[in-house]
Design a protein around this ligand. Structure first.
Ligand SMILES: [Zn+2]
Ligand SMILES: [Zn+2]
Length: 283
């Protein structure tokens, strides 16, 4: 794999942007809370995700001390299991269904946790209880984001296919139109697990590359900064969030809050390209 630097000088566009080491989960928790107040049908789930992001933020500083560790070996690591068990201990049980999931997590043996972690890391959500996936993914996100944020620049490859993360191979959760400096107005895809961003040209379909068949969809009552970019050549879509219109958008939180847009796209026959491991569709 050819390596290339992600930092650039002058007007060159950074191909890959690593996540920040500056407590990235604090912002997400606040965003989930804000969206819970304005999105009543989903308020319960958004509040739960705010609480989950608070726990991610709370363990962030300890996680850095448990590094280094390669991403592929993460599910076998004691540090990751500790994070997952802290989530099970700290999350408010709420409804009976969640209480029994948390109980299952607390009682799970090390190798069972490793198997769940391995499957979520591999993008296999079909063989793990859909209720457990967001909790396992949240624990992975903390460690993977911390690792990715500290990656040496020379270890970062070029995006190989465009639609998977060049650092960990996970599908994107959404696109972000960035704001500020050299990246102003550029489109970056955001990894669903490690938080890295990779550049893709705007208007071109992320999946098939078509530029003629792309259209943008919104829902009337939704945030105008959140759209679905659908392609009628390959019938896929990915959400695109514009930080110039709303600087506070968070790809994970705003994706869940705009679930109505996913329903609209499914009705139109589009298949979702990305994955948000914090909300795995059932079935
Ligand atoms: Zn990644
Ligand atoms: Zn396409």
């Amino acid at each position: 794999m050819k390596s290339q630097p992600s930092a650039t000088s002058g007007t060159e566009i950074p191909t890959v942007r690593l996540p920040t080491t500056d407590r990235p989960f604090d912002h997400r928790a606040a965003r989930f809370r804000l969206l819970a107040r304005v999105s009543s049908p989903l308020a319960g789930y958004l509040d739960l995700m705010a609480e989950l992001a608070d726990i991610q933020a709370g363990v962030w500083d300890n996680v850095a001390a448990a590094l280094p560790m390669t991403i592929s070996r993460l599910p076998e690591s004691p540090g990751w299991r500790t994070t997952l068990r802290s989530i099970a201990d700290r999350l408010s049980p709420g409804k009976a269904e969640l209480a029994s999931l948390l109980d299952r997590l607390r009682r799970a043996a090390d190798d069972e946790l490793a198997a769940w972690g391995g499957r979520v890391l591999a993008g296999d959500f079909d063989h793990t209880d859909t209720g457990i996936v967001p909790l396992v993914a949240a624990a992975l996100q903390v460690h993977m984001t911390s690792l990715a944020a500290r990656l040496p620049r020379e270890d970062i490859g070029l995006p190989q296919t465009g639609s998977v993360c060049p650092v960990c191979g996970t599908l994107p959760v959404a696109s972000l139109l960035q704001t500020g400096g050299a990246v102003h107005g550029l489109r970056y895809l955001v990894c669903g697990l490690c938080g890295c961003e990779w550049h893709r040209p705007r208007i071109l379909c992320v999946h098939c590359g078509s530029g003629r068949d792309v259209a943008y969809f919104t829902i009337e009552a939704g945030n105008a900064a959140v759209k679905a970019e659908g392609c009628s050549a390959c019938w896929t879509y990915l959400k695109i969030m514009d930080r110039n219109k709303d600087p506070g958008v968070d790809p994970f939180a705003d994706d869940i809050a705009s679930l109505a847009l996913d329903l609209l796209m499914a009705e139109g026959g589009y298949r979702r390209l990305g994955i948000n491991p914090l909300l795995v569709p059932r079935g």
